[in-house]
Design a protein around this ligand. Structure first.
Ligand code: SF4
Ligand code: SF4
Length: 403
């Protein structure tokens, strides 16, 4: 491919308008976590949009049409691609954008364009498609180890049921207290639920989507949707915000029509079960809890109230907030598949959350995303400030009445 070929093939009409609409006002800069920890202006949202607009003009603008497209300097393209992949896709810039650009949807498409040009993905991200083809997960872990190490004893999984639980790769392999908590809470709620066998519960496709490697997405989606459909599933519950995001927003596109079931985050399920009385809290917890909103849960799919409803239902617990919370939350640093490539950024950003939790005298930092869980725990190691980190379902599972 020549570097003067079209740059617009991966973008929707709306995204082309968004690229044109950026006024370079810089308002979003104040909220970008990567800016906060690197101070590198090349990674800023307006600079990425400005450069991409230049690429489009040089190859498809009026001058290009009249006189032929210009070749884009390869080094500039490489630097741009690096910046697009260093972003955590947290979407904070989107939340604060003065003209309403949906960057959390735009950045992955720019990554897809960079992959198409052979300029991405970066580092270990390139091994993901092969790992998923061979093992069903991006970590190259055996499917035999997907559930066995953490699945709670005595929990019954039905062959068929209207509710299904999808553990997800990051939860199953890298945040096991969290998925153990999910299954324990589902069991305590008393409704039958089903799960796919470990070799059938393949990756939801999010790591491939977010790194611009889209070739396997249709196949993964169709395999998973068909498998749940065969089990009579009406509600698919998962705890990873990235899974929830791709399932509810992108699976219908790859599946070719509406899904035959609805997607729920585990906190939505638990809040509803607490409201209806199916779940009852037996204990109490006299602690100050601070809750971190995962970017793909709050800004991604708008699940903000339910986790707080769960935490407020715990007798004795006091819920406190980060300065930036809900739709305005600050990324933990682990998003966008950047955590294994830009390790230092992720650790520095995770420590900002730990520092604020400590400054506000929180007894626990409550998380509800496996990527946050893995990285913020890593950020805690060797840090001079310490706070107890607990997943929201791990916490709830320890307090609910058992059936
Ligand atoms: S998505 Fe997040 S990390 Fe990426 S540019 Fe926007 S604010 Fe920065
Ligand atoms: S806030 Fe929106 S319009 Fe302003 S620089 Fe950022 S992306 Fe562009």
């Amino acid at each position: 491919m020549k570097d003067k070929d079209t740059f617009t093939g991966c973008l929707s009409r709306r995204q082309l308008l968004e690229i044109d609409a950026c006024t370079q006002c810089g308002e979003c800069l104040k909220f970008c976590p990567v800016q906060e920890v690197t101070g590198n202006p090349l990674i800023s949202p307006p600079e990425k949009i400005r450069l991409f607009r230049e690429f489009i003009r040089a190859t498809e603008g009026l001058g290009a049409r009249l006189l032929g497209g210009r070749e884009i300097d390869r080094k500039l393209l490489e630097d741009f691609s690096h910046a697009v992949f260093e972003c955590t896709t947290c979407g904070a810039c989107s939340r604060h954008c003065t003209v309403g650009i949906s960057t959390q949807r735009l950045w992955p498409m720019l990554r897809k364009e960079m992959v198409r040009r052979g300029l991405g993905p970066l580092g270990p991200q390139a091994g993901m498609p092969g790992a998923i083809r061979e093992t069903g997960n991006p970590y190259s872990k055996p499917s035999a180890e997907r559930f066995a190490p953490w699945f709670p004893e005595g929990v019954v999984v039905s062959e068929k049921a209207e509710i299904a639980y999808y553990a997800g790769c990051t939860g199953a392999y890298e945040a096991q207290p969290m998925v153990r908590g999910d299954v324990s809470v589902l069991s305590a709620a008393g409704e039958p639920f089903t799960m796919l066998p470990p070799e059938e519960e393949v990756c939801c496709g999010f790591p491939l989507f977010i790194t611009g490697q889209h070739d396997l997405l249709e196949d993964l989606t169709k395999r998973l949707v068909s498998a749940y459909q065969e089990r009579g599933v009406k509600t698919l519950v998962c705890s990873c915000p990235c899974c929830v995001n791709i399932m509810s927003r992108d699976w219908p596109i790859f599946f070719g029509k509406d899904l035959p079931f609805r997607i729920r985050h585990i906190t939505q399920y638990a809040a509803e079960a607490l409201r209806s009385g199916r779940l009852r809290i037996a204990g109490e917890l006299r602690e100050r809890l601070i809750y971190h909103d995962p970017c793909y849960l709050s800004r991604g799919v708008g699940v903000i109230d339910e986790p707080r409803e769960v935490l407020r239902a715990i007798p004795g617990a006091e819920l406190i907030e980060f300065d930036r919370h809900g739709l305005a939350s600050r990324c933990c640093g682990a998003g966008g598949a950047a955590r294994k490539v830009f390790h230092d950024n992720a650790i520095a950003t995770g420590r900002l959350a730990i520092d604020e939790a400590v400054a506000k005298s929180a007894d626990r930092l409550i998380l509800s995303c496996p990527a946050c869980y893995a990285k913020v725990n890593e950020a805690l190691q060797g840090h001079d400030k310490q706070v107890r980190i607990t997943d929201i379902m791990e916490l709830l599972a320890g307090l609910v009445e058992r059936r």
